[in-house]
Design a protein around this ligand. Structure first.
Ligand code: DAT
Ligand code: MG
Length: 149
């Protein structure tokens, strides 16, 4: 089982898309392990997006991400890092296929509503950045044998 960090960005929260996004991960069969609703500081977002520090949009992105609430979550499941990214679609919603979250629900690269870890290593680092170990809940959903052979 893998874990990944998924966050509904301030634009997704303001547009009332938290429920839709949770629904898609739940219906796929993934398991919610942790969730918190918070307004992140710009410093926190600078740590979160540190790998993008040389990009021209880095400062604006980190500032924007701190202007409103975020729904931060950890989801668990087989191969979830990769499958989560497929569910998100491409970074640019214009390149995202219909059926993906970004392909269905947003238009602009700077307002692409959702974050998802891109590698297992980054998922671990992002989960550590956003959550304390005791905030992650371990349990076995009753559907487990109906989801996995
Ligand atoms: P992703 O969120 O798909 O992992 P990323 O890590 O490359 O994409 O970039 C993080 C966020 O930064 C992305 O969700 C939206 C913003 N971003 C990326 N490329 C951008 C660009 N060329 N112009 C403006 N914002 C951009
Ligand atoms: Mg990324």
């Amino acid at each position: 089982m893998e874990r990944t960090f998924i966050a509904v960005k301030p634009d997704g929260v303001q547009r009332g898309l938290c429920g839709e996004i949770i629904k898609r991960f739940e219906q796929r069969g993934f398991r919610l392990v942790a969730a918190k609703f918070l307004q992140a500081s710009e410093d926190h977002m600078k740590k979160h997006y540190l790998d993008l520090k040389d990009k021209p949009f880095y400062n604006g992105l980190c500032k924007y991400m701190s202007t409103g609430p975020i729904l931060a979550m950890v989801w668990e499941g087989q191969n979830i890092v990769k499958l989560g990214r497929v569910m998100l679609g491409e970074t640019n919603p214009a390149d995202s296929k219909p059926g993906s979250i970004r392909g269905d629900l947003c238009i602009d690269i700077g307002r692409n509503i959702i974050h998802g870890s891109d590698t297992l290593e980054n998922a671990k680092a992002e989960i550590d950045l956003w959550f304390k170990a005791e905030e992650l809940v371990s349990y076995t959903p009753c559907a487990q044998p109906w989801l996995y052979e």
